[in-house]
Ligand binder design. Structure first.
Ligand SMILES: [Zn+2]
Length: 91
């Protein structure tokens, strides 16, 4: 599960906060994220979008109760079962 993280320092925000940055990270040399999102610098918007997608994905996974499984995660025996289709049945 992806904990809500601060987009500046990458550390978990903690608690039930849905903030994007720690209060102490919102201001730094050259940035001030206490302004409205529309006025954020592009790099900060990009980081926020990335974090937003991570949070959304986890949210959806929790709601659906599904795990994403790819073939490479399967044990070899299962890979054989679901692996290459054979075309023996073709005339
Ligand atoms: Zn931080």
């Amino acid at each position: 599960m992806h904990l809500p993280c601060c987009i500046i320092c990458g550390e978990p925000i903690g608690g039930e906060s849905t903030a994007w940055v720690h209060p102490e990270c919102a201001r730094g040399p050259g940035w001030d994220l206490t302004v409205p999102f529309a006025e954020w610098p592009n790099w900060a918007k990009a980081l926020k979008l990335e974090e937003h997608l991570c949070r959304n994905r986890d949210q959806r996974r929790m709601e659906e109760g599904v795990e994403e499984i790819s073939v490479s995660d399967l044990p070899l025996s299962d890979r054989v079962l679901y692996g290459e289709p054979n075309d023996d049945w073709l005339p």
